[in-house]
Structures are given as C-alpha cells and as structure tokens.
Design a protein around this ligand. Sequence first.
Ligand code: NAI
Ligand SMILES: NCC(=O)COP(=O)(O)O
Length: 328
Amino acid sequence: MLALTMGDPAGVGPEITLWAWHALRRSGPSFVLLADPDWIASIAHGVATIRPVASIAEARAVFHEALPVMAVSAPLGSTPVPGHPDPGNAGAITASIADAVRLAMAGDVDGVVTNPIAKAVLKQAGFPYPGHTEYLAALTDASGREVMMLAGPSLRVVPVTIHVSLREAIERLSTDEIVRVSLTTVASLSRDFGIARPRLAVAGLNPHAGEDGHMGAEDIDIIRPAIERLRGQGIDVVGPMPPDTMFTAPARARYDVAVCMYHDQALIPLKTLDMAQGVNVTLGLDLVRTSPDHGTAFDIAGQGVADPASLIAALRLAGSIAEHRKTA
Ligand SMILES: NC(=O)C1=CN([C@@H]2O[C@H](COP(=O)(O)OP(=O)(O)OC[C@H]3O[C@@H](n4cnc5c(N)ncnc54)[C@H](O)[C@@H]3O)[C@@H](O)[C@H]2O)C=CC1
Ligand SMILES: NCC(=O)COP(=O)(O)O
C-alpha cells in the first residue's frame, strides 16, 4: 500500500489519479489518496468510485473496488478550479505531503508517491522549499542527503545540482558533491533497481567537456577529481563525457545512469526521450518516494486529455522499489 498526495488540486493531478486507480485497481500496487474525499467524489464523474477511509487497513480492504481517500490534516482553502491555482490551498497541499511522510515513516505505507505541485504558487503562500525533494528531506531529517533521479525506459539521469539558477548551479558544483550524489546513486541502483554493479557516465559541464581546459576549467578542476575518487572506490565510471553526445542511443547503451551537473542537462534528454513514462525518484531518504516526471499542466487541467501514464509508472516503480527493499 502506497500513499499518494493530492498535489495542486487545480492541476492535472486529480484526473490522472482517478485514471491511475482505474488502471491499477486489479493488478496494484494499491494506494490511498490523501485529499478531501467530498471534493474528489465531486469530480470522479464515473471514472472511479470514491471511498472515504479512516485507516490504512480500510484502504487496503477497499482498493480493488473503490479509490480510498483519507482526509488531509488541513482543509482546502477554496473549492479547486482546474487551471486556476489558489495559494489559499497551499496549507492542504503541503499537509497532504507531510501526512503521507508520517504514514511512511511509521511503516503504515510502503512509500510515498506525489502528485505535481506548482512551486511558484506555494512560494506565494510562504512555502520555504524549492520542491518536494528538499521538503521531503527536511521532513525526514535528511537535508543534504537527498538526490533526485529521473528514470525512464530509455535513460536514467541524476542532476548534481537541482532547483537553483544556472549561475548558482555552477557556483555550487564541487568534487565532494559529485562524489556524494554518485555514491548515493550507485547504492540505490544496486538496492532498489537490482543492478549489481551500476555503470556511471559523468557529464562534463562545458562544451566538449572543456576541450582540455580551453572552454572552461571545471571539467578538469572539479569533475575529473570526482571521477578519480569514485574509481578509487571501485565504481565503474566514465567521464567527463561531452554533454552533447552522451545521450545518443549508442552512448546510452554503455551506462546505467548519467550523472549530470545541473537540472536541465539531466531533464531535457530525459523528458525528450521518455516524457510519458518518466518517473522522478528521490534517493538518499529513509522512505521510498516517486512522482510523475511532469508538472501541474494547468493549461490542460480539467479537459480530460491528461495522460496518466507517468503517474501509473511512478506508482509501479514505488511498489517495485518497496519490494526490493523488503527483500534486501
Ligand atoms: N514533481 C512536481 O511537483 C513537478 C512540478 N512542476 C511544476 O509544474 C508547474 C508547470 O510546469 P511546466 O514547466 O509547465 O511543466 P508541465 O509538465 O506541467 O507541462 C509542460 C507541458 O507538458 C504537458 N503535460 C504535462 N503533463 C501532462 C500529462 N500528464 N498529459 C499530457 N500533457 C501533459 C502540459 O500540458 C504542457 O504543455 C510548475 O509550477 C512547476 O513547478 C514541474 C515538474 C515537476
Ligand atoms: N523538474 C523536476 C521537478 O521540479 C520536481 O521536483 P520535486 O518537486 O520532485 O522536488
């Protein structure tokens, strides 16, 4: 049993949740939605039967016949309108995440799957974190240990720096941080994905990975020493790879994960290749957390055209990681 957060209720989260339940109700993994049961029931439109539940045992018992919904510890500020986010709902959105984490840390659920939130909307309401990844780390006393991975059928990527400007990403890049992120990634691929000896490809930062220092010094001064340290620890690693050619099909066949230097270096190839099936996984925490790779998609919310595939993949991957951890 997994806990699924409500995300921004004005985004596509609610409708893809209904379709995800429809797709998984027989095969699982089972999940309980943390949201306002009356509001979800008002939008279910025959796609799903909604069942308010007060316990995980109850959720487990009803999942094959109804989508179990557990009330969030903070109420909605207003009735959600698709495509029109309201910062007044930030309290319920973030409480849904905190409630899910509590259930996971207590061992009541096997993991947390999050629906998309709009960072700017939460910021307007005073939410101090740049995204789920950092909030989940804070909630589980693991700040500084979190790592973001995006995994799809064609590619896995890990950005060393996450939700910061490009300028700040370059300033923050360090040998220690590349090593930390890489080691956490290796441990997770081995424990959570069953890859005994993961092969890492570390991206360069600059064009042509710096062209021997003629196009930037970071590849030589920061990235190469990290690769040498990782090799010294027995890790199968190559790099710094010229970023413009490391995502071609023949290059991808030679590694299990690309360690990238900044958010878009990682997420552009991932979403270009695997948008519909990509899953965001948080590594380095004491709980299992996945989410769809896409955002709130306010432009199409409520129109009945949102694709639930990435959320379904996120639920399946969380179930699979939880199983791997139980048997590890
Ligand atoms: N895990 C999370 O909570 C994430 C949240 N976001 C947030 O989402 C908000 C919007 O971000 P955008 O950059 O516009 O990205 P987005 O992923 O919401 O939308 C980009 C494009 O993809 C389409 N799209 C997204 N999901 C789709 C789906 N399930 N089916 C069909 N089409 C889909 C949208 O209609 C839009 O044209 C931002 O506030 C951002 O912070 C973005 C990424 C992840
Ligand atoms: N672009 C990925 C993203 O914004 C997801 O971040 P998070 O909310 O999972 O931390």
